[in-house]
Design a binder for this molecule. Structure first.
Ligand code: DAH
Length: 354
């Protein structure tokens, strides 16, 4: 026996132990090396009495060390495998672990807020399909085929295989360009008086830029009764903006044109950045309202008699107001967001700010 045999054996044991995967494997190794009868180390120790005095003098202490070191290695490995860790002092000055918190998308937040405000004013929330027929999206809303007003909405038309859809032109399918078709769908199924809002996604076949997206969200409103008037509209909408922006805010109605209302209006609110002055406190020009002091926020008007007729109502017995607003536009004003494309960028650095 030579001293190098002993070092080699220790090397072997240490390699085997670091490869051991569990307590069972470890026990097998213990028997193999330290077992009382046939353990490799034990066998060497048993050879000692046959050695010469000279040999014993060097090999004796070497074998003892091997045995002691091997045993120490075994208990260390057992500790590692049973997951017992040395106790470490806690460093109370270390920063804590941050638990990531999810965020609602700003559009979700604004939509929920709008729903709540209208629910509190006794409106119902209804929804309609995103794939719409030409009839509901256009014809029933007093936008006949070949009428120039159709150019107001750049449309994604859908290809269909159905013969029926190809022959009946009014049944051609499209991605709805606004939430207004839900007005007709709702009136077909319900009797007035009622007041509803319709939040939903709409689509336009347009180039994108800082204020245009191919897909965006609208909230439609409709209130119908025997004598629902523009005065009622003015009250409802003033109240709405007051609650949304959490302060008294001036509104302005301007004449405008939409085929499904008469008269048609554009609603402006006083600019939230400059307070309607067009100039900032430091005298600089207000870029939000382009110095006009007003922000255009929705289209509206009194429901056109043709629209009532298309839904099966008698326009001589009823009247009502309708409005439509762009959710992104409202969110951009409320949170001072400069570019509509940010909403759909999927950039968490944007979302996390809300
Ligand atoms: N549907 C219009 C659009 O998308 C918005 C609109 C204007 C809705 C006037 C209305 C309304 O209900 O009365 O451009």
């Amino acid at each position: 026996m030579k001293k190098t045999d002993i070092t080699q054996l220790y090397q072997e044991i240490s390699e085997q132990l670091s490869a051991a995967k569990d307590a069972q494997a470890l026990e097998a190794l213990r028997v193999r090396y330290l077992g009382r009868k046939d353990g490799e180390v034990t066998k060497l120790v048993k050879q000692l009495p046959q050695m010469s005095v000279e040999e014993r003098r060097t090999m004796g202490p070497a074998l003892n060390t091997l045995k002691r070191d091997a045993e120490a290695l075994f208990s260390e490995t057992l500790e590692r495998l049973s997951g017992a860790k040395k106790k470490r002092a806690i460093d109370v000055t270390m920063p804590g672990k941050k638990i990531p918190v999810g965020h609602l998308h700003p559009l979700t937040r604004v939509e929920r807020e709008i729903r709540e405000i209208f629910l509190a004013m006794n409106f119902s929330v209804v929804e309609g399909p995103e794939v719409e027929s030409e009839h509901y999206n256009f014809d029933a809303l007093n936008i006949p085929k070949d009428h120039p007003a159709r150019d107001m909405w750049d449309t994604f038309w859908l290809k269909t295989n159905s013969k029926e859809h190809q022959t009946k032109r009014a049944e051609r399918l499209l991605l709805r360009t606004h939430t207004s078709p839900v007005q007709i769908r709702y009136m077909e199924q319900h009797k007035p008086p009622f007041q509803i809002i319709v939040p939903g996604r709409v689509f336009r076949y347009e180039a994108t830029d800082a204020s245009h997206e191919v897909n965006f969200y609208q909230v439609e409103g409709l209130m119908v009764g025997k004598d629902v008037s523009l005065a009622n509209f003015k009250f409802v909408i003033t109240e709405f903006f007051k609650r949304l922006f959490k302060k008294d805010i001036a509104i302005r109605l301007r004449p405008s044109y939409f085929p499904f209302v008469e008269p048609g209006l554009e609603v402006d609110v006083a600019c939230v950045k400059c307070g309607g002055k067009g100039r900032l406190r430091d005298g600089g020009a207000c870029t939000l309202c382009k110095e006009s002091g007003w922000l255009e926020v929705m289209g509206a008007g009194m429901v056109h008699p043709h629209v009532f007729e298309a839904a099966g109502y008698n326009p001589r017995e009823l009247q009502g107001f309708a409005f439509g607003l762009g959710l992104e536009r409202i969110a951009m004003i409320k949170y001072n967001i400069p570019d509509i494309r940010l909403f759909y960028s999927g950039d968490l650095r944007f979302i996390k700010q809300f």
